[in-house]
Design a protein around this ligand. Structure first.
Ligand SMILES: [Mn+2]
Length: 491
């Protein structure tokens, strides 16, 4: 049993000391001592949970590898705090990616210290039934926000030594060597630990470790992708409602699947109908969905362990591509096939991009949108095709949708692909509605096709291959979903 921590009356402020009243915080009215005593007594004891986190053996290996990289020098990795949405309401907390990679803990405010001697997770003390904050603190009190794992519970669940967060300050001051800190995540930690010239290396090393996905990560990515595939089918079934109510339906239906199956969406859903498809980050999703339009849906479920999918399909709202839509679609599909075929260990990261771009440029020349010949259009000092292709073809995928963003250039953009990397292959063509360089029949058409690809020992595996991709397959799949009849999500 924990001891009740009824605070002493606050004699430092302007409050009268009273044996009947307790001041529990600077902006709170006093609380009757009798009420505190009543609220902190006579609760049934908690049964300890025998559960351990399935990622615990993996996070241990990651921490050991990270410690070895820095020869055992202490490393401080915070997860950060909830972010304010407005006034006194916060967004739901989402753990810091690097911290989560090393701990699997979803809890806010924690700080991990990795060292050669072993790692320690600093966990805030609980505001449970033994404390007055249990009911006086709307932000942390467990009556308000539900139980949290404290020091003992976290140690068992995550398989790591834990200490009270309140001891972090003192423990850091006693380290024999100055630590290296992951900065920019937790302002309090940034202020607490003196800067080191080695701080800059830590984000690079963490991002580069995260390039290669272990077995747990690949399974979690596949899970997120499978739920995403189901979410795309949900959207197809909901298209009749979208015709009435617009893109909001598309976003809402996909995001429902994401919340039911996973943590959330991995990024804001892009539900872009008609010419909105030519706006790369159309996330307002306030427009209409019209018969005859294409719907570009770029969306990913972030799974329960925070790995996210990132998939795009461009669907004919009425169930069949028009001849002009189909020509653009099939060109983008051919580019994507070339990109996936170029994805293998030892290939340059940019090989899928270059392979897909070549196909797009050949097609744009054949459509008389580019003058040609393709070789001349591809020249580094020309690149006019970028008016229509707009973005790169690949990025790494994992805990972050644009994963491993702090990897050094030579390990990522100008580096090579390795076994265990997961990346997107997502060429697109975007013909703005007012683009006078494009034949009229193509104006306002935007097509992107995006899949999530695992680099294997001898090639690549399309983890999102279960979602139809060929134009005929997409049309047949939409017809099947509609024949199923039910707008319900099958949840
Ligand atoms: Mn993407």
């Amino acid at each position: 049993m924990r001891d009740a921590s009824i605070p002493e009356p606050d004699v430092s402020a302007d409050h009268p000391v009273s044996e009947h009243w307790v001041w529990t915080g600077p902006h709170r009215p006093p609380t009757p001592r009798a009420l505190i005593e009543h609220m902190t007594a006579n609760w049934a004891p908690e049964a300890p949970s025998p559960e351990t986190h399935p990622a615990a053996p993996f996070t241990r290996v990651r921490r050991e590898r990270l410690a070895a990289h820095f020869a055992g020098r202490p490393l401080v990795v915070p997860t950060g705090h909830p972010k304010v949405r407005a006034n006194d309401t916060d967004y739901r907390f989402r753990a810091g990616t690097d911290f989560f990679y090393l701990t699997a803990s979803h809890d806010p405010d924690l700080v991990l210290v990795v060292s050669g001697a072993g790692s320690t997770l600093y966990v805030p003390r609980r505001r449970d039934t033994a404390t007055h904050e249990f009911f006086t603190d709307a932000r942390y009190g467990e009556l308000w926000v539900g139980p949290r794992r404290g020091v003992e519970e976290s140690a068992h669940f995550y398989g790591i030594d834990c200490r009270p967060l309140e001891e972090l300050d003192k423990d850091l001051a006693q380290l024999p060597v100055a630590p290296i800190t992951l900065r920019g995540v937790d302002a309090a930690v940034d202020a607490l630990v003196a800067p080191s010239e080695d701080d800059a290396a830590l984000p690079h090393v963490l991002s580069e470790m995260r390039l290669v996905k272990d077995e747990f990560e690949v399974a979690q990515l596949q899970l997120a992708i499978d739920h995403t595939v189901a979410g795309f089918a949900d959207v197809v079934r909901a298209l009749p409602s979208a015709l009435a109510r617009g893109e909001r339906v598309v976003e809402g239906v996909f995001n429902l699947r994401a919340r039911v199956e996973g943590n959330d969406v991995g990024y804001d859903t892009i539900a872009a109908a008609g010419h909105h498809a030519t706006i790369l980050h159309w996330t307002r999703n306030t427009g209409p969905v019209r018969a005859g339009d294409l719907l570009l849906l770029d969306a990913g479920v972030e799974g329960p362990e925070l790995y996210t999918a990132d998939v795009t399909r461009t669907l004919p709202v009425s169930g069949a591509y028009s001849p002009a839509q189909r020509r653009v679609y099939e060109l983008v599909l051919a580019a994507q096939e070339a990109g996936i075929a170029a994805t293998r260990p030892g290939a340059a990261f940019l090989d899928p991009h270059d392979a897909a771009t070549r196909v797009l440029v050949e097609g744009l020349c054949a459509m008389d949108i580019l003058e040609g010949p393709p070789e001349a259009e591809l020249a580094k000092d020309r690149q006019l095709y970028r008016r229509y292709t707009l973005h790169g073809v690949s990025h790494m995928l994992g805990l972050d949708v644009h994963d491993c963003a702090n990897a050094r250039e030579e390990m990522y953009r100008t580096g090579e692909l390795g076994e265990g990397y997961v990346l997107t292959v997502e060429p697109g063509l975007y013909f703005q509605a007012n683009d006078l360089t494009v034949p009229e029949e193509y104006r306002g058409i935007g097509v992107r096709i995006e899949d999530d690809v695992l680099v294997t020992r001898d090639g690549a595996r399309n983890l999102s291959g279960a979602l139809p991709r060929g134009a005929d397959e997409v049309e047949a799949w939409m017809a099947r979903e509609w024949a199923g009849g039910s707008p319900a999500l099958g949840l």
